[in-house]
Ligand binder design. Structure first.
Ligand SMILES: Cc1ncc(COP(=O)(O)O)c(C=O)c1O
Length: 410
């Protein structure tokens, strides 16, 4: 299994949609084979269509707000000593997180496919909020599946979805979190795919959904590469790109342009959810060497019990609280291109405290996991090392949890 240079990772799969011959694929019921294949044909056509690209770029720039800022976190760098810490402030996108990139592309595809309805899953509520925003913008009727536990803990995003006119379906099965929401959403699509387009909220699901999402979030690294060159004149010789990993869409988008570089020059670091310190129900399949299994139509490393049943996870961060992980990241782990680690709930909260104390930045609990790793390694590194953290979400949605756990928000 090897990475190919000059080809985007989303395209390095075989004819069965498998990366490295074993991750991803299309493990779906017979009734979904045709709609998935039709979507694949449409997407492959649209991504080569100049008018479609023009339309995407127009909305990315004029509606979503790209490019997002790339800033040096001078105070925290000074406080910690060692490496320079920078942030790509993706949370400045319209709606407050990277999920708007994926939902916008899906709505543009749905319009081309002549669909009137769009359905999606959400964990932290950002994928749902963004899908409801995009659906409203492009005149589609929107339905969102969300775990009942997540509905309670991510109220600001639930309110936003309702305000945008989305219909929310609470999911009461299993852990009542993202993993169950995705399952229910796919089940709904099986029965309604003739009228409805499915937007999977991360780089997970059958291969075509991994590709559409990765193609959409790659905007982050496309603009970051330009910004790095503007700032430093060239790509620094010691660069570390740190991103949290739930399903894996923000991290893939943040890394895509840099995967071909030597790992000694650019280290890619993914941070999974370690969960509460005393609990074993982490959401970190890559860090903890989980076994392979099929989840949501895709072969991947997945948290499971000895009978192969998907295990429940627990994390303070709804966006990272997922038993599986993208086939793209399974591949990057196995070829040794990216390093994966985890941060506990407590470490993410500490990082949030530190970042908000020293900087005018308000990272949600997901990127706070990535900041935790940055703060851990920076003091041990020289000041010609550049660490960039993808601050991919705004903490406004976490207001209630932060107030409860830290006694303050911001
Ligand atoms: C702000 C934010 N960051 C990260 C994630 C994790 O998802 P992914 O790994 O697909 O970026 C989520 C998921 O909801 C999110 O809302």
């Amino acid at each position: 299994m090897k990475l190919k240079k000059g080809i985007p990772l989303i395209d390095q799969h075989d004819k069965n949609g498998l990366w490295g011959g074993k991750f991803g694929g299309n493990f779906i019921p017979e009734t979904l084979k045709k709609p998935v294949e039709d979507l694949n044909i449409l997407f492959e056509k649209l991504r080569k269509d100049k008018n479609f690209i023009k339309e995407r770029d127009y909305y990315f720039k004029n509606w979503i707000n790209t490019p997002t800022p790339f800033i040096k976190l001078e105070n925290i760098t000074k406080h910690l000593g060692g490496a320079q810490i920078w942030a790509k402030v993706v949370s400045e996108l319209n709606g407050g997180a990277h999920k708007i990139l994926n939902s916008t592309v899906h709505c543009l595809i749905a319009k081309r496919a002549g669909r009137k309805y769009i359905v999606g899953d959400t964990g932290a509520g950002y994928a749902g909020k963004m899908l409801s925003m995009s659906a409203k913008k492009f005149g589609l009727k929107c339905k969102i599946f969300m775990g009942a536990k997540d509905i309670k803990r991510q109220k600001p995003n639930v309110d936003a979805m309702k305000k945008n006119g989305a219909e929310i379906f609470p999911v009461y099965t299993g852990s009542q979190t993202l993993v169950d929401a995705v399952s229910e959403c796919m089940r709904y699509w099986v029965a309604n795919n003739d009228t409805t387009h499915l937007c999977v909220g991360s780089t997970v699901g059958p291969a075509v959904f991994i590709k559409i999402c990765g193609w959409s979030t790659s905007q982050i690294s496309r603009e970051l590469k330009v910004q790095i060159k503007e700032e430093f004149g060239e790509i620094p010789s010691k660069l570390k790109l740190i991103n949290c990993v739930g399903g894996g869409s923000s991290s893939y988008g943040f890394w895509n342009e840099f995967i071909d570089y030597d790992k000694k020059q650019i280290e890619l670091i993914g941070v999974e959810a370690g969960g509460p310190k005393k609990s074993k129900k982490h959401a970190a399949p890559l860090t903890n060497n989980s076994k392979m299994g099929v989840l949501h139509g895709s072969m991947q490393y997945v948290i499971q019990n000895s009978d192969g049943q998907i295990e429940e996870t627990e994390s303070i961060s709804a966006g990272l609280d997922y038993s599986g992980v993208s086939a793209l990241h399974c591949f990057l782990k196995d070829v040794g291109r990216a390093r994966y680690t985890s941060a506990t709930d407590e470490e993410a909260l500490e990082a949030y405290k530190l970042i908000t104390k020293y900087e005018n930045l308000n990272p949600s609990l997901e990127p706070s996991h990535a900041f935790s790793e940055a703060c851990k390694i920076a003091p041990r590194l020289s000041n010609d090392t550049v660490i960039i953290v993808n601050s991919c979400g705004d903490a406004q949605k976490d207001r209630d949890i932060l107030k409860k756990r830290l006694g303050r928000y911001k």
